[in-house]
Write a protein that binds this ligand. Sequence first.
Ligand SMILES: Nc1ncnc2c1ncn2[C@@H]1O[C@H](COP(=O)(O)OP(=O)(O)O)[C@@H](O)[C@H]1O
Ligand SMILES: Cc1ncc(C[n+]2csc(CCOP(=O)(O)OP(=O)(O)O)c2C)c(N)n1
Ligand SMILES: [Mg+2]
Ligand SMILES: [Mg+2]
Ligand SMILES: [Mg+2]
Length: 358
Amino acid sequence: MERDIIGRIRFGGGVKLSFLDEFEWIKRLTKDKQSIAVQQACGVQTGIGDDAAVAYMSSGHQLVMTCDTMTEEIHFKSITMRDKDIGYKAMAAAVSDIAAMGAMPRYALVSISFPRHADPLRIEAIYEGLYECANRWSVMIVGGDTTSSVNGMTISVTVIGEVQAGKALLRSAAKHGDIVFVTGELGCSAAGLDFLLRQELPSGQWGHSGKPEIERLIQAHGRPDPQIEAGLLLQSSGVCHALNDVSDGLASEAWEIAEASGVGIDLIEDRIPIAEELMAYAQEVEKDPLDFILYGGEDYQLIGTMQAEHAVDMQMKFRAAGLQLYIIGYVNMESVGVRLVQSSGYVVPIEKKGYNHF
Ligand SMILES: Nc1ncnc2c1ncn2[C@@H]1O[C@H](COP(=O)(O)OP(=O)(O)O)[C@@H](O)[C@H]1O
Ligand SMILES: Cc1ncc(C[n+]2csc(CCOP(=O)(O)OP(=O)(O)O)c2C)c(N)n1
Ligand SMILES: [Mg+2]
Ligand SMILES: [Mg+2]
Ligand SMILES: [Mg+2]
């Protein structure tokens, strides 16, 4: 029996509407999306189709494992994200945690739950995005799980990566005298979301601003770039100490490093990069751009610390690789916490807050 994408069964001269079952769904979403030859070249012995996947890891390496979930209404709404971007971002967010360890992502498992009568075109589009991101980084999707839900969609992506044994970059490794860096501009994703949520569009419609600056903010929200190359460069340099990715906002991630490492962190207001489009948008909605940067989240840039004497050399290496590295502060001898050295010269504490689910 062959069904088309919206579950129509063609027979005789007629068409009957019927929904795909669990196994038909798995096949439709994953079959031939990554060829056997490519999977084998990437170390997969047995991928989708058995009780579990079997794959090779490089010798002398450690496993690096993470899992991230995206839930409808919490991480996305039909007015904030296109279906394809939901899949792309679910993979990107999970892969970003591997980048934040200075590791190489290799394999992924994808669990998805959706209502029985969900629009099949939506689910297909989500998978298109998932595979687009996975293929971009040669991550092989080797399994997952598919279930129904009462309402709303949930996508959970587990990523398994590898790093040379003993070389993972931990949150707890910041040292006094280090500088603090970020790998890109922050706050744009939160500003894009802010714009989309203000549109009050009917459900299912997706916001277009017509303005290229706003489109860049929306793009930052829907299509974050996991900083894998930056993470690997930092790891191989041997001079990077702590590393973390920015999912909950700069303040929250800096606090995580400070607490895990038992250090103080000072961020210098004038050194924090602010994208022009963020500055313009913040002005338009009469908000401080720093609020988006510190407390917005979902940037998926990296924040870390490294030995001060190697910072300029690393900046040159980053530039040569087409990447960015902004030095935005330093690790101090004060008590555990995060402070802001304001443009005025005043030093004020930065609250330990950011996106928190509960
Ligand atoms: N339900 C859970 N069971 C076990 N470990 C969890 C659970 N939720 C989160 N963790 C772990 O707690 C830590 C912090 O999670 P989280 O804040 O989500 O990290 P990140 O922001 O990097 O994704 C991670 O090590 C994560 O693997
Ligand atoms: C509709 C909607 N409302 C609010 C947000 C903002 N938001 C949701 S989750 C989140 C933080 C990142 O997600 P999380 O599950 O905490 O990822 P993790 O920290 O585990 O990587 C943010 C900023 C959003 N993306 N979409
Ligand atoms: Mg997480
Ligand atoms: Mg993280
Ligand atoms: Mg979080």
